[in-house]
Design a protein around this ligand. Sequence first.
Ligand SMILES: Nc1nc2c(c(=O)[nH]1)N[C@H]1C(S)=C(S)[C@@H](COP(=O)(O)O)O[C@H]1N2
Ligand SMILES: [Mo]
Length: 198
Amino acid sequence: MVFSPGFHGRPRPQSDRLPPGQYLVEDFPVLSAGPTPKVDLNRWQFAITNETGRHYTWSWPQFMSLAQERPHVDIHCVTRWTKLDTDWMGVSLDTLLESVETQAEYALVTSYGGYTTNLPLADLTDGQSWIVHSYHGEDLHPEHGGPARLLVPHLYFWKSAKWIKSIRLLDQDEPGFWESAGYHDYGDPWREQRYQGD
Ligand SMILES: Nc1nc2c(c(=O)[nH]1)N[C@H]1C(S)=C(S)[C@@H](COP(=O)(O)O)O[C@H]1N2
Ligand SMILES: [Mo]
């Protein structure tokens, strides 16, 4: 008989959940490269554009009427803080991508305010990412990305674009804001991919 660790018995000790070079925080630091944009829910729109230029858009009521999930995840910032057991509510990218026709391999995410970040499309699918609008049972605070942000917890947290506005699906990888400034293109915290060349 084969027992896979993690499926029964005790929860994993916290130290097993800390990627190399990270330390635990209890508070929730705010890291923003610019001012917090004001995003009016009446004008909020989320768009996905595929590699042929076709647009798919959601208004706030349309987005909120989609199936809601409650990811419970650990998050890891490249500035070395890790926060365990965060609770969010939002819509899986799998749900948003259901209606989208694409063969693209890459995604470039853009925020209200102009921030961008890139990742392989495969890292947005299969239950690995969400667009979230609430945190610990409350509307997501504007400084943490409200009304809605991307959540991709298996990559460093700079990939989790706050104030998400759109995702472009691309045949070629295109670096985002921090990736153009020397940060790693992929950013896996468990492989400590902080900077280009790591
Ligand atoms: N639009 C936008 N998204 C962003 C950022 C930003 O500056 N602008 N910073 C990134 C970084 S480096 C981190 S660590 C997290 C911080 O999220 P928090 O402020 O909610 O902790 O957001 C990421 N998403
Ligand atoms: Mo960060």
